[in-house]
Design a binder for this molecule. Structure first.
Ligand code: HEM
Ligand SMILES: *[C@@H]1O[C@H](CO)[C@@H](O)[C@H](O)[C@H]1NC(C)=O
Ligand SMILES: *[C@@H]1O[C@H](CO)[C@@H](O)[C@H](O)[C@H]1NC(C)=O
Ligand SMILES: *[C@@H]1O[C@H](CO)[C@@H](O)[C@H](O)[C@H]1NC(C)=O
Length: 318
């Protein structure tokens, strides 16, 4: 009897622990306060991608750049104010992050249906999942209930968002700094199966690196010369730029990664190689892991409870 009671209390404690660890965000967070929230975002992103195929990739990147800077709190969406400079002009973001109008439009639809309920941080998480699905990738159950920050931090964006010049060690440390693993880093980099990069971002890799396929480098050098227009775009996955698949990893195996940082994941003798080989040959495993890693990325330091606010307009605090 005493033993049974003890076990019961032990279970209670375990339950309490699991609540504090996993209970912050939940898939059903809006089921009573905004039952159509998920449908509205899904329709919004479908419409936006129909108008411009790239925008889903851009929003997926916004979610990443949001989460790596003081957690997934919508801070990247804030415009500059008289009291702070926003993250949009930080080095990794300037002339590069996009998709804000599509986010505004989704937010406007949500405000019409359920004013002041769905956070901008959650919009990024849901829209990212829906974009991946729309591009033919995996689905996962998005955890919800993030609240929006009142402020942004430009220097934190410079400090925490990894750069394309990073080596494997640098990449690993940016992910572990925010609580993600080495494997998460390899898996989430697979997001580069969709979208584009500017010449400025891949120029050093195609001109000066040796771990690149020579013919591939040569053809890119024509489009992105040593000097000149740094804005020219190239697909991150030269094979299927709007298809979420495992071609990104296949490209790395033949040294056709676009960014220096991409090719860092496969050299033939580093500890990311085994993952790259696995995901290049087993798309199903990549898909499964991508969903799991996106959930972990989406869990980075959310504002919950009475912290932060639900912005009415994603570009400014209320
Ligand atoms: C591993 C470290 C990473 C580095 C160094 C990196 C770097 C970059 C760079 C330099 C670009 C091109 C930007 C430009 O030239 O305008 C880019 C694009 C992109 N990144 Fe990453 N990235 C990383 C990880 C991720 C992760 C984790 C995700 C999402 C889960 C992601 C999603 C994207 C997407 C979708 C694009 C294309 C965006 C568009 O076409 O608008 N990246 N990334
Ligand atoms: C912004 O981020 C930087 C770098 O992480 C940090 O040193 C600074 O204290 C932050 N500023 C504010 C106002 O939170
Ligand atoms: C990148 O790694 C190199 C050595 O591997 C180190 O010297 C450098 O400080 C790192 N840079 C960043 C930004 O972490
Ligand atoms: C390539 O390396 C050379 C020699 O170090 C340097 O002058 C040039 O600026 C580099 N090019 C790029 C695109 O990084």
């Amino acid at each position: 009897m005493a033993c049974g009671k003890l076990l019961f209390f032990f279970q209670l404690i375990l339950f309490g622990l699991s609540l504090t660890v996993n209970g912050q965000l939940s898939p059903n967070f809006y089921s009573s306060t905004c039952p159509n929230a998920l449908r509205i975002v899904k329709q919004g992103i479908a419409k936006a991608i129909k108008k411009e195929a790239r925008v889903g990739a851009s929003i997926l990147r916004l979610h990443f750049h949001d989460c790596f800077v003081n957690g997934c709190d919508g801070s990247i969406l804030l415009d500059d104010t008289s009291t702070f400079r926003g993250e949009k002009t930080a080095i990794p973001n300037k002339n590069s992050v996009r998709g804000f109008k599509a986010v505004d439009s989704i937010k406007a639809s949500l405000e019409k249906a359920c004013p002041g309920v769905v956070s901008c941080a959650d919009i990024l998480a849901i829209a990212s999942r829906d974009a991946v699905v729309q591009y033919g990738g995996p689905t996962w159950q998005v955890r919800l209930g993030r609240r929006d920050s009142l402020t942004a931090n430009r220097s934190a964006a410079n400090a925490f968002i990894p750069a394309p010049s990073f080596n494997l060690r640098n990449l690993t440390s940016s992910f572990t700094t925010v609580g993600l693993s080495f494997k998460d880093m390899v898996v989430l980099s697979g997001a580069h199966t969709v979208g584009f990069a500017r010449c400025t971002s891949f120029r050093p890799h195609i001109h000066n690196d040796t771990n690149i396929n020579a013919a591939f480098a040569k053809s890119l050098q024509k489009k992105c010369p040593q000097s000149g227009n740094g804005k020219v775009l190239q697909p991150l996955d030269y094979q299927t730029k709007f298809r979420f698949d495992d071609k990104y990893y296949q490209n790395l195996l033949v040294k056709k990664g676009l960014l220096h940082s991409d090719q860092q994941l496969y050299s033939g003798n580093n500890n990311a190689d085994a993952y790259v080989r696995k995901y290049a040959s087993k798309q199903g495993e990549f898909f499964q892991e991508f969903g799991n890693s996106m959930i972990r990325m989406g869990n980075i330091k959310p504002l919950t409870g009475t912290h932060g606010q639900i912005r009415r307009n994603c570009r400014k605090s209320n």
